[in-house]
Design a protein around this ligand. Sequence first.
Ligand code: CTP
Length: 416
Amino acid sequence: MSLIALGVTGGISAYKAVEVCRGLQQHGHDVVAVMTHSAERFIGPVTFEAITGRQVITSQWTPGSNADIEHVAIADAIALLLVAPCTANAIGKFAHGIADDFLSSLYLATRAPCLLAPAMNSNMLAHPAVEENLRALVARGVHVVDPGDGYLACGWVGKGRLAEPADIVDAAVALLSRTDSASPPGAAPPSALRALRVVVTAGPTYEDIDPVRYLGNRSSGRMGFALAAEAMRRGATVTLVAGPTSLEPPTVGEVVRVRSAAEMHAAVLDAAATADVVVMAAAVADYTPTEPAEHKVPKTSGSLTLTLQRTRDILADLAELPSRASAAGPLLVGFAAETGDVVARATDKRTRKGIELIVANDVSRPDAGFDVETNAVTLIDAEGERFVPLQSKEGVAQAILDRVEYLLSERSARIS
Ligand code: CTP
């Protein structure tokens, strides 16, 4: 059981914090509610006092609250600071280190992980000031449960609704379990990946049209690099197969540089022969020019037609490895970059490719997917879906490998 500070700020959805509080308690956690003055205009502290069984903190100046500098004492005691709903004002204060009430002081004082569930009008959410503040917080390690789309209290329809209380609770519980299993400073993490061989692919592939031109894509390699670095940190022997990117790859066991989908296919199948896990984070071209020209193609006044042929599907070929029939082959993880119907398409892709885990990525979002430092994904395996809220790609890599570790331990339990 952990103590969670539930920050409630002044939004119309403040009443939904009651359901969040209940959900956390159902998972066995103890909750202390911290309300801002504006939150009190939407819901009374008595409600939270009754359901938490604790005094609700509404001010820094309540008599007695400074006897042991309460925001510091609570900052030390909590395992998580969750703010739901979190207004643009609170996000702005957190991003700029303003500590003018109990909640903003607590945010600065605690070293516990912090999870925000923003809720506001769509235009406020899309304002560059709010977007920049959220980006700054995420870059500092703060986790965000994305607001949903729908009918807003202001009468608008759009993005900005507080995420569903059950999703907020799931994100909080997942974050706590990750923190619980973290190892003490200096100690090696107790990881199911230790001493295993992990192959990670990253970046785009380039398919040559002629000696000068190619077909490529926007992948930067960040997500794959973060996965390779995290697998290495967990004690795995890592082979990173990287397409052409301008970023420096992390220092891992072996880095194999490739250019085309065909080169990546050969390198991955070679490395996979002895691998325990293969994570295909690369954006591999599905098509390649049928006959790349030997010399630079000169322009003409007319149009140019390129004939493309399918590349070989690396994941599908890995799934067919004879070793997989005996469940001794590598555990396979794929990515699904989608722009609509993200979870349904990714679920279907996982089954079609015959792989254990697929990471569904909505690449239509400006803050997730290609060439940005943050990501938000849904992990889909045979047991169902798990949402990983917006955070740094390093954080997402941890969540993916946590799931890989779980699937590995499930598999070995089944075999033994
Ligand atoms: N992949 C692969 N071999 C390829 C192409 C893709 O192994 N030739 C892997 C990618 O690394 C990724 C996953 O397959 O893990 C993506 O699946 P894919 O079927 O290629 O989906 P998309 O190309 O993203 O989309 P779609 O099939 O919907 O066009």
